[in-house]
Structure formats: structure tokens, C-alpha cells
Design a protein. Structure first.
Length: 276
């Protein structure tokens, strides 16, 4: 079903890209409609029921017929960062929870301490990964060969070194919590009093003042979030240009037009690996 000529392939890829963008917008609109109306499909049949009547409040902030303090009620019940969504109820005691950002409601379904543990862990790993991703292009450890780009480093690294790295990562992961690594048991028993992300490592370098310590924790959290986005961008960059991170646009680069030789359905069709 995939065109064999480059022009036809390029046109189909453009159509897929445009339809994907439209689908993302459409899905966002569906979710927003469901949140605002608090109803199931079809949303438009119930929009009028969401508008305030004389004897009831509205599902929309500031639209209530009873005008006695609707703005204050809206502030209390709505998220600060996303005023059109309800305020998350389980972020109050968390550093960074002041933004009240949880659009998908994960904190209502999963232990917030486990979620914060996972967020901090991924953020710390990505902060190290962004440094390593850049450094690998210019410097390698003794005994390691250089790779065309950082994504290929795993294929040129010695197998025993990769095995040792995986073993150490697994050992640290399991031993840090006494073998309790799931959301069901990580913060039970002795772990109930442990703050998320606290591995009892380097704590003597933290400020003694609680406000200063919270400020430092917030900086770690925000930098970790930025690093997760940055690392994702680096990986996608190398996949698209099929080369190293720098220069951002290799000499003679004309874009990914007509060539998506990735491990994907489109890539398999394009290269003929699926026999079609």
C-alpha cells in the first residue's frame, strides 16, 4: 500500500504528519470538552445543562447565576496553572506543588510520594544523560571507542562494561530501598518517613534552613524536568539528522524528505523490509 516512488512516499508522509497534528488538536479538544462539561459523548447535547440556572451553580468558573463570591470559589476549586481544570488535592505538601499542575489527575490515582520519587529519579538521570550525550562526541573513557553519534555508543562499548553498568544500576536501585521498589511497598514500613528522592546521600551539603532547602529542592526538580525535555530533543535530533548532536544541521543536510529509515512501520515500508 506504500508508494514505491520517492515523490509518492514524501506526499504520504506529509499527509500522515498533517493528520497527526490535526488528531492531536482534536484529542485535546475532546478531553477539554469532557472536563468542562463533566459529561460523556455527545458533549454538545449537554452544553446547555452546564450553563447556570437560577437555582444552581455552573460547571464553568465565573458563570454561576448566584453572584455571591463566584470568583473566590473559582480560585479555590481551580488549578492555578490550569484554571479550567480542578485543583489537584494531593499536591499541597510537595515542593513544586504550588503550581497545582496535574492535568491528567495522576496524583488522585497513584501515591504522590511514589510519583515524586520517579520524577526526581528520571530528572537526575536525564541531567547526567544530557552531559554525557554532549561529552561523548568529544571525549571517551579509556578503552572505549568513539561512535558516529551518541546513540550509537551502546553498540561500540565493550560488552563487559555495559554489563557492569547494568548490574550497578540494578544493585543501587534495589538496595537503596531494601528491595522495595514498587508503588505498593516503597513507602511502607521504615520508608513511610522517608522523603521522596531522599537516598541519604550528600545531605550534609544541604542548607540547614528549611526555606533554603526547599528552594534548592525546587531548583533540582525544575532542572530535572528541563533535562528530561532536553534529552528527548537530543535523541530526536540525532534520529532525524542521522548524525551527531553538533553541528545541529550537518553540511549538506536537506531535511528528512523522502527518507524515514527508522525502526518504524513507515521506515520498514520505505526500505522494503516488510516485503511490500
Amino acid at each position: 500500500f506504500y508508494p514505491s516512488d520517492p515523490k509518492g512516499q514524501y506526499e504520504m508522509q506529509v499527509k500522515e504528519l498533517r493528520n497527526g497534528r490535526l488528531a492531536m488538536l482534536a484529542y485535546s479538544g475532546i478531553v477539554t470538552s469532557a472536563v468542562l462539561t463533566q459529561e460523556k459523548w455527545p458533549f454538545f447535547d449537554v452544553v446547555l445543562s452546564a450553563v447556570a440556572k437560577d437555582d444552581q451553580g455552573s460547571a464553568f468558573c465565573g458563570a454561576a447565576a448566584n453572584r455571591q463570591g463566584p470568583r473566590t470559589a473559582c480560585r479555590v476549586s481551580s488549578s492555578k496553572s490550569l484554571p479550567f481544570l480542578p485543583k489537584p488535592q494531593n499536591l499541597g505538601n510537595m515542593v513544586g506543588g504550588e503550581a497545582e499542575f496535574d492535568p491528567l489527575g495522576f496524583s488522585d490515582l497513584i501515591d504522590i510520594k511514589w510519583l515524586r520519587e520517579a520524577e526526581l529519579k528520571h530528572g537526575r538521570v536525564c541531567m547526567l544523560a544530557t552531559i554525557g550525550f554532549v561529552a561523548e562526541q568529544y571525549w571517551q573513557l579509556p578503552g572505549f571507542d568513539a561512535a558516529p553519534d551518541a546513540l550509537q555508543a551502546i553498540y561500540v562499548a565493550p560488552a563487559n562494561a555495559t554489563g557492569v553498568l547494568l548490574f550497578l544500576a540494578g544493585y543501587i536501585e534495589s538496595s537503596s530501598y531494601g528491595g522495595k521498589i514498587t508503588m505498593l511497598d516503597m513507602f511502607e514500613g521504615d520508608g513511610a518517613s522517608r522523603a521522596p528522592g531522599d537516598l541519604d546521600f550528600g545531605k550534609r551539603f544541604l542548607p540547614q534552613d528549611k526555606a533554603a532547602a526547599d528552594d534548592l529542592a525546587l531548583k533540582e526538580l525544575t532542572n530535572g524536568r528541563l533535562a528530561m525535555l532536553a534529552f528527548s530533543g537530543m535523541v530526536h535530533h540525532n534520529l532525524i539528522v542521522k548524525g551527531p548532536l553538533f553541528p545541529l544541521f550537518p553540511e549538506g543536510y536537506t531535511g528528512p524528505q523522502g527518507s524515514w529509515d527508522l525502526d518504524s512501520v513507515a521506515g520498514a515500508l520505505n526500505s522494503g523490509r516488510m516485503g511490500l
